[in-house]
Design a protein around this ligand. Structure first.
Ligand SMILES: NC(=O)C1=CN([C@@H]2O[C@H](COP(=O)(O)OP(=O)(O)OC[C@H]3O[C@@H](n4cnc5c(N)ncnc54)[C@H](O)[C@@H]3O)[C@@H](O)[C@H]2O)[C@@H](O)CC1
Ligand SMILES: Nc1ncnc2c1ncn2[C@@H]1O[C@H](COP(=O)(O)OP(=O)(O)O)[C@@H](O)[C@H]1O
Ligand SMILES: [K+]
Length: 477
C-alpha cells in the first residue's frame, strides 16, 4: 500500500525525529537523496549545468545542499535566490564551498540549464507561485531543461491536491519521508511528474490520510473461486439499469459485471432484449428487482432515465437488504434520507458533476477540491463514495483513509466507461468485498483494463470491459 500523510503530521514526525538527531542531519538525508536522484536523471553529472531556484525556507535549503553535492561531482551549479535575505545560510555556504555560485542573471543561466531544481517552496507553501517565480518558470519552460521538484512542485497545495494559481510543472519530484496527498491527487499530481520517495526515517502514525492500492493489495482482495464454489457463493449481481432511451448503458454494465468474477448476472429492466442478444449468459427478468430472485448485490442507475419506471426500480433496489451501488441517474433520483437510512452497505459512484449536484455546489468546486468533496459526500450520505475523474477517490462512511486510484488513464474519459465500472464494482460487492474495497479494486482494474486496451490509442467502453480479464491476469501475475 502506498500511503500519504498531510503537512501537520509530517511536521510533527519531523520535530520528533530532529530532536533525536544532530542539527541539520535530516536536511542532509533529504539532500543526499535528492542529489542522487538528479544524478540519475542527468546520466553524467560532470559538466552539466544545474540551476537551483531557491525560496526563503528549508525547501530552498534542500536544493542548496543537493546543489553542493552535484557541484562536488563536477556540475556547474548556479543558485537563483528568490528571497535573498532569507535564503538558507548553511546551504548557501555549502554551495559556495563546493564551487557553486549565486546567479547574477537568472534568465540567462536558466536558458543554458540542463536541469532546474525547484526549491522555491515545499510543505510551507500556500497559494500559487508569486509573480517573480511564475515569470522564472516561463523561462524554464522555454529552456527545455529537466525540472525536478524538491518535495513538491511549488505552488500546489500539499494537503489537498488543489492548484490555486501558477504552479511548477515538474518532470520528476523527489519527496521526503512520505508522499503528500497533493502528489497523488489531481490537479496537483499531474504537476509532479514521476515521484520518487526518499526515506529520511520519519516515524509516521499507523493510519494515513490517503492510501493507494498497489498490485499486491489488489491481488489479495480479488475474489477467486475455490473448489467448493458455486454461482451463489461467487455472488450474483443484479443490474437495474438502461431504459428505452439508453439501452446501451444496461449492456455495458452487464458487460462489466460478467467479466468481474460474479457467479451470475441478473438484469432487470427494459433493455433485456439488447442484453440477451449480446450476453446470452445473463439472466433477465421483467418484473421489479425485488422479484428477480436471489441477488447478493445490486447496481442501480446507469441509463435508468427519470420516468416513473426508473424511480420505481430505484426505490425497490434501495429497499433491498444487500449491498447496493448507485450510479448515474440513480444518484439524481435517490432520496438522501433513504440512502442514509439503509443498513446494508451503499456505494455511490458520482463523477464531479453528479457529486456537485449531490452536495449543492458548483462542479468546479468539486474538481478543484476532490478530497474534501469525497469526504463530505461520504459523511453526509453515510455511504461509501467513489468520486470518478482524473484521480478517482474512494471514501468510507466512517472516515479513515481515503483511497486514491493509481491506475487511471485519460483514455477512460469516454461515454459509457462509467457504466462498465458500475458493473465491475457491483460484481465485487456481490462477491463479498466491502464497499470501499469493491470501489477501489474496481477502479484499479478499470483503469488498468483501459490502459491495456488503449495502448496509447482511443478506446470505447466495450473495449475496456473486454480488457478486464487481462487486467485481472496482470494483477494476479
Ligand atoms: N523540517 C525538516 O526537518 C525537513 C524539511 N525539509 C524541507 O523543508 C521544507 C519545508 O520547509 P519550510 O517549513 O521552511 O517551508 P517552505 O520552504 O516550504 O516555505 C518557506 C516559506 O515560503 C513562503 N511561502 C509560502 N507560500 C509561498 C509561495 N506560494 N511562494 C513563495 N513563497 C511562499 C512562506 O513564508 C514559507 O514559510 C519541506 O518541504 C522539505 O523540502 C527537508 O529538508 C527534510 C527535513
Ligand atoms: N481525465 C481523466 N483521466 C482518467 N480517468 C478519467 C478522466 N475522466 C474521466 N475518467 C474516468 O472515466 C470514467 C467515466 O465515467 P462517467 O463519467 O460515469 O462516464 P459515463 O457516464 O459516460 O460512463 C470514470 O471511471 C472516470 O474516473
Ligand atoms: K518545491
Amino acid at each position: 500500500m502506498r500511503t500519504a500523510f498531510g503537512v501537520e503530521t509530517v511536521r510533527t514526525a519531523e520535530r520528533e525525529l530532529m530532536a533525536r538527531l544532530p542539527e541539520g542531519a535530516l536536511m542532509q538525508r533529504a539532500a543526499a537523496g535528492l542529489a542522487a536522484a538528479c544524478a540519475e536523471l542527468l546520466g553524467r553529472v560532470y559538466g552539466k549545468r544545474v540551476v537551483l531556484l531557491v525560496g526563503g525556507g528549508d525547501n530552498g535549503g534542500d536544493a542548496l545542499y543537493a546543489g553542493a553535492r552535484l557541484a562536488r561531482r563536477g556540475a556547474g551549479v548556479t543558485a537563483v535566490l528568490l528571497a535573498p535575505e532569507r535564503a538558507h545560510e548553511g546551504g548557501l555556504k555549502a554551495l559556495r564551498a563546493a564551487g557553486g555560485r549565486v546567479s547574477a542573471a537568472a534568465e540567462r543561466d536558466i536558458a543554458g540549464a540542463d536541469l532546474v531544481l525547484d526549491g522555491i517552496v515545499g510543505i510551507g507553501g500556500k497559494g500559487g507561485l508569486r509573480p517573480a517565480a511564475a515569470q522564472l518558470m516561463g523561462a524554464v519552460r522555454e529552456s527545455g531543461a529537466l525540472v525536478v521538484a524538491v518535495d513538491l512542485p511549488s505552488g500546489v497545495e500539499a494537503d489537498t491536491g488543489e492548484v490555486l494559481g501558477d504552479a511548477v510543472r515538474a518532470d520528476a519530484t523527489v519527496t521526503f519521508g512520505t508522499y503528500k496527498p497533493g502528489l497523488l491527487i489531481d490537479p496537483a499530481r499531474e504537476r509532479a511528474g514521476a515521484v520518487r520517495l526518499i526515506d529520511i526515517g520519519l516515524g509516521l502514525p499507523a493510519v494515513p490520510e490517503l492510501e493507494a492500492l498497489q498490485y499486491a493489495d489488489v491481488a489479495a482482495l480479488l475474489p477467486v473461486p475455490g473448489a467448493s464454489s458455486d454461482k451463489y457463493r461467487r455472488g450474483v449481481v443484479g443490474i437495474a439499469a438502461g431504459s428505452a432511451r439508453y439501452p446501451g448503458a444496461a449492456v455495458l454494465a452487464v458487460a462489466g459485471a460478467l467479466r468481474s468474477g460474479a457467479g451470475a448476472v441478473r438484469y432487470v429492466g427494459p433493455a433485456a432484449d439488447a442484453v440477451i442478444a449480446r450476453f446470452p449468459e445473463a439472466l433477465v427478468h421483467a418484473g421489479p428487482p425485488s422479484r428477480a430472485g436471489r441477488v447478493q448485490a445490486w447496481v442501480v442507475g446507469p441509463g435508468l432515465g427519470d420516468d416513473a419506471h426508473g424511480r420505481e426500480q430505484l426505490r425497490d433496489v434501495l429497499a433491498a437488504d444487500v449491498p447496493v451501488l448507485v450510479d448515474a441517474d440513480g444518484l439524481r433520483l435517490a432520496d438522501p434520507e433513504v440512502v442514509r437510512a439503509r443498513t446494508a452497505p451503499t456505494l455511490l459512484t458520482p463523477h464531479a458533476g453528479e457529486a456537485a449536484a449531490l452536495l449543492g455546489v458548483e462542479r468546479s468546486e468539486v474538481e478543484a477540491g476532490r478530497l474534501a468533496a469525497v469526504r463530505r459526500l461520504a459523511a453526509e450520505y453515510r455511504a461509501a463514495v467513489l468520486l470518478k475523474g482524473a484521480t478517482t477517490l474512494v471514501a468510507g462512511p466512517e472516515g479513515g483513509p481515503v483511497r486514491v486510484n493509481p491506475t487511471g488513464t485519460s483514455w477512460l474519459a469516454t461515454a459509457g466507461s462509467g457504466d462498465v465500472l458500475a458493473g465491475l464494482a457491483g460484481a465485487l460487492l456481490a462477491a463479498g468485498l466491502t464497499a470501499v474495497d469493491a470501489g477501489s479494486v474496481g477502479a484499479y482494474l478499470h483503469g488498468l483494463a483501459a490502459r491495456l486496451a488503449a495502448q496509447g490509442a482511443p478506446v470505447g467502453a466495450q473495449d475496456v470491459a473486454a480488457a478486464i480479464p487481462a487486467a485481472w491476469r496482470d494483477v494476479r501475475g
